[in-house]
Structures are given as C-alpha cells and as structure tokens.
Design a binder for this molecule. Structure first.
Ligand code: GLC
Length: 573
C-alpha cells in the first residue's frame, strides 16, 4: 500500500496532463498511487488571498497571480472556499447559483484561466460544494417558499409548528438559537442548520440529489480535480423530527446544549456518498472527494470511507489536528489510530481552516510559538497522511479577532459576542510583504478585514529570505516529503512509546531507507536514545535532513539532543 512507483505517477502526470486518462487506481501494492495520496492540499479563502482589482476583496485573478508562490511551496491542489454567486451572509457558504462565479471574485473566464494556469504548474483545483443548504435567495428556495403546493416545496424541510409560535421541535442552529424559521406567507417553519438565510435541502427527495449531482457534473466537466463537501454529516435529519436530548449547561449563544443525535451523522448520508462516488469515478483522472467530517472518533471516521471503500477517499481526520493540546501521548495515540484503524484507507490530516482559531494560537505557549509551529508542520507533513493546509499557516499567521462588536463581519460574532467573536480572526488577509496592506491589496484599498499588525515581520517576503523562518521549514519539509522515498511512501512506526515528553517515529521505504523523526513536546531540553534493532534497520549513524535552528549537526541514535520544542529529522545509515 505504501511503496509504489511514484516516478511513474509523475511521468504519467506529465504525459497525460491533469484530468487526463490516468486509469482509476486503488491504492494497492503494485498499482499507481492516485495523485491525492501524496498531495499537499492548500485551502484558499478567496476573499483574503490576493486582491487584484483594488476593491479590498481577494479574487480569482489574484490567486492566479500567486500560483508561482504555491508551486514553489510544493502545493499539489488548491481547495477554493466558495466562489459562487452568493448574498455573502456566510461569505459564500450561502450559494444562490452553483454554476456561476460571484462577480466580486471575477468571471467564469477568470476561473477557466486559473484552472488552465494551475494545470500548467501541476496544481489542481478542488471546489467547495455546499450541499447541506442553499441560500434563501437561490431560485429553488424562492420557488419552494412561494406556495405550499409548489413542486419545489419538498426540496427543503417545511413543517407545521407544534402550536402557535412554537417551532416543530427543539433543534438548534449551529450558529445559535432555534433551527426553525417561521414563514408567515405559507404559515409553516423551515429548517436551517446554519443561518436562517441557509435553508437545508431535503436530501430525502430524489429530485434534490439529481439537481445537485448535475452541479457536480458541471464542474467535473470543466476539469476540477474534486470536491470538498461542506458540512456533509448534517445532510439528513431524523424523519420523525424527534427532539434532541438536552444536556447540562449552555453554549456560547446561551442556548441549552443538545446531544445532536437527530441532526448529525445520520446513517442515510452514506448512500448519498456512494452515489456521489459513482459520479466522480465515472470521470478520468482520479477525481477526489474530501469531507468536512467533524466526528466523535476514528470508528465514525472509518465509516466515511465506505464499507467497500466506495464513499469518500479523504474524509478529514479532525481527531489529530484539533486535539488542541500539545500532548505527545495523545498525538501518538491519534496518529496510530489513523495508521491502523482506517482499514488501509488514506488519512487526511488538517490543523487549520477558515472556521477555527489558527493552530499557532491553539498550540502556541506564547514563548516558543515558532518552535511549536515547526512541530505542527512536522506532524502534518512527516506522517503518512495526505496533508491539508490553510493559507498563512506556513508563515505563522495568527488569529486576530475584532476588538469591537461593531467591526465584526462574521454574523456568529455578532450573535455570540463577546463569548463567540466569530471567525474573522482567522480570515485576515494573506501577509505577502511589508508594504501597506501587506501586498494583499493596493495601498489605497480598504481590505474587507484589517491586516493584522504582525504583517511587518510575518510575511512571505521576509520569511523567504530567512533560513530559520517557519516558511523555510515548511518549504524544506514539503520538499523532503516529496523527494525522500521514506517520507514520501514509507511505513510509519511509533518509537519509544512510553516517552510522554518526546514523540518519535520511523518512516521506512520499501528499499530499506529509514528516516527518524523526533519532536520534543516540552519547554525543556531533552535527550533521547533509540534502539532500532527490532525495526529491521541495520544502520547505526544518523545524517540530519532537517532540524530546528541551533541544533548540533552530529546526533547519534544513542543520543539525540533536542532544544525546547525542537525537531530532528535524520536518515539512519
Ligand atoms: C462549513 C463551513 C463553514 C460554514 C458552514 C455552513 O462548516 O466550513 O464556514 O459556515 O459549513 O455552510
């Protein structure tokens, strides 16, 4: 499963081009690996990446301008957060037309150019597919809301209330308060898992599946490499609309906590995933399905690959990246689970996205943040998982939330202020250089969110010049992962499993080359020794491939000396 002819994959890619007729391959020994198995997927939040026309909002042409940066970093695919026409209540996750481009991001011609320029650089485009809900301004919903007898009425979830002014049940929106909105015109309530402007589609209606699958085909025909499925575990709700169980305490919006059992991760979703996989499999080029799958444990995650490996290729593993505690033992357990409990399917790790406080803030201790960020990068890129990054993660961009409620753009920040400040803080403009507006937008523009003051030192221009920068660490690690057979394809074995201060593992290529990775999870220096005799590794010497700044070059298996939060990556020879 892990030792395949990568050079052949590269060659096939060159000969056939992206989206060319590379046969659908299962990741089995002796066959070509699909491209996504070794990929680095980079999430771009289009509003915030690069503004090319000076309106303060990032756009498609801006992304195209920056493709060379992504190429140099080693990105294989871009996941584009939604760029479809949208009233922008949830900044694009409220789609009013799935087959067009919102004018503030550009035109379809701009999109086609991005796709073509990406292809020239071997960078694929993955679309964000919002399938749980549409915007309330989508023509489907406008029709559905127009009359109880409209043919599209049943495309959404309309119900009578329990009594006057009383919603059908106790379900709540993820974004606060009741998940039901009263419609005085037709005297019924509709269900919205997210904002009221995002009515849920009724996936029990086959016409909905047909319409949405038409949308997938539209983009697959254009040549996109696959989809990131937004909020996909919430596609179905209990058909009988039973109340959820009330748990102790209240959430950030002051609502009672509920157990989520009637609205999240219902088994019906798996048939849709199988149907969808059939659609993507009917296209050449190993199109990929990625899921936004926040799930309680690895057993639930396993289900999303399908009992017959016929659902998603890459449901996101949120168990590792959102552990939110720098705890060596817990990371060891979770990484091991991804190794052993996914039935040989491919894990996808992610530490950052547009919905969560950045890993810099979640894992940093305030004193050693850059060193800790190197550990995070190593966990992401030094294991066997497919890797997913979020723009600016490679720089150490920080979450910078608004300080006044009147500056908040993300509506949940207004609903939940001050406990929930919303997601603006992790969506601030990309920090390209030290010029006004950080190179994100012309100096004369007003960026849609303020550029954090850290841009003067934390930016691409400065970090590209500094050998010890976080960006340089990412670049070197990504290159090693691509070029070194042990890191590219090798098996993974945890070492020194009783050590709760230092997390270490071995990557071993089929040809026997072995790489040792050692991360100090503490603020104290640590010295560790390794006995690799039981790992079938005969070498006794270590040759450094990458190590934290200031570390001694000469390390040995009997004594690897690490500074606080230091990382050592070395070849055993
Ligand atoms: C997903 C998106 C998030 C959005 C929500 C509703 O969780 O990542 O940004 O608000 O779905 O579409």
């Amino acid at each position: 499963m892990r030792r395949l002819a990568t050079s052949l994959v590269v060659l096939a890619g060159i000969i056939l081009g992206l989206g060319g007729a590379v046969a659908q391959t299962q990741a089995k020994p002796g066959k070509l690996d699909p491209w996504w198995k070794h990929a680095l997927i980079y999430e771009i939040y289009p509003r915030s990446f690069q503004d090319s026309n000076g309106d303060g909002v990032g756009d498609l042409n801006g992304i195209t301008q920056r493709l060379d940066y992504l190429k140099e970093l080693g990105v294989d695919a871009i996941w584009l957060s939604p760029i479809y026409p949208s009233p922008q209540v949830d900044f694009g996750y409220d789609v009013s037309n799935y087959e067009a481009i919102d004018p503030q991001y550009g035109t379809m011609a701009d999109f086609d150019r991005l796709l073509a320029e990406g292809k020239k650089r071997n960078i694929r485009i993955i679309m964000d597919m919002v399938m749980n809900h549409t915007s309330d301004k989508h023509p489907w919903f406008i029709e559905s809301a127009s009359l109880k007898t409209n043919p599209k009425r049943d495309w959404y979830i309309w119900r009578d209330g329990k009594g006057p002014g009383e919603p059908p049940n106790n379900w709540q929106s993820t974004f606060g308060h009741s998940a039901w909105k009263w419609d005085p015109k037709t005297s019924q309530w509709y269900y919205h898992r997210f904002y009221a402007e995002q009515p849920d589609l009724n996936w029990r209606n086959p016409a909905v599946e047909r319409a949405m699958f038409g949308v997938y085909r539209f983009w697959l025909n254009k040549g996109v490499a696959g989809f990131r499925l937004d909020a996909v575990p919430t596609l179905f709700e209990d058909a009988q609309l039973r109340d959820e169980k009330v748990l102790p305490g209240t959430n950030a919006y002051g609502d009672p906590n509920l157990d989520d059992s009637m609205t999240n991760n219902l088994p019906e979703v798996h048939q849709v995933m199988r149907d969808l996989r059939k659609v993507t499999n009917s296209y050449p080029g190993n199109r990929v399905l990625i899921g936004e799958t926040y799930l309680p444990d690895i057993a639930e995650l396993r289900k999303w690959y399908g009992a017959d490996h016929d659902e998603l290729q890459l449901p996101m593993d949120m168990q590792v990246g959102f552990l939110n505690k720098l705890d060596a033992e817990m990371f060891r357990t979770r990484i091991d689970q991804a190794e052993h409990d996914l039935d040989d399917d491919q894990p996808l790790f992610v530490f950052d996205n547009h919905d969560n406080v950045r890993s810099w803030n979640r894992y940093g201790d305030g004193n050693h943040n850059t060193a800790i960020a190197r550990i995070i990068a190593t966990l992401l890129l030094g294991t066997r998982a497919t890797a997913m990054m979020y723009y600016g993660e490679e720089l150490g961009m920080t979450t910078t939330p608004p300080t006044r409620v009147e500056d908040v753009r993300d509506p949940i920040g207004k609903i939940g202020w001050p406990k929930e400040k919303g997601r603006d803080g992790e969506r601030t403009p990309m920090q390209w250089d030290g010029s006004p507006n950080a190179g994100f937008a012309p100096a004369s523009a007003t960026p849609w969110l303020p550029v954090p003051s850290s841009y003067k030192t934390v930016n691409v221009a400065i970090e590209s010049r500094e050998d010890d920068s976080l960006l340089s660490w990412y670049q070197q690690l990504i290159k090693l992962r691509r070029d070194h057979p042990a890191l590219h394809d090798g098996t993974l074995t945890m070492l020194n499993v009783n050590d709760n201060n230092v997390l270490s593992w071995l990557r071993k290529a089929p040809d026997g080359q072995a790489v040792l990775i050692v991360c100090n999870f503490t603020a104290q220096p640590q010295t560790v020794a390794f006995d690799l005799s039981s790992q079938g590794v005969s070498g006794r010497q270590l040759k450094a491939l990458l190590q934290s700044p200031g570390m001694d070059e000469s390390q040995s298996l009997s004594s690897v000396k690490l500074p606080p939060y230091g990382v050592y990556i070395g070849q055993v020879q």
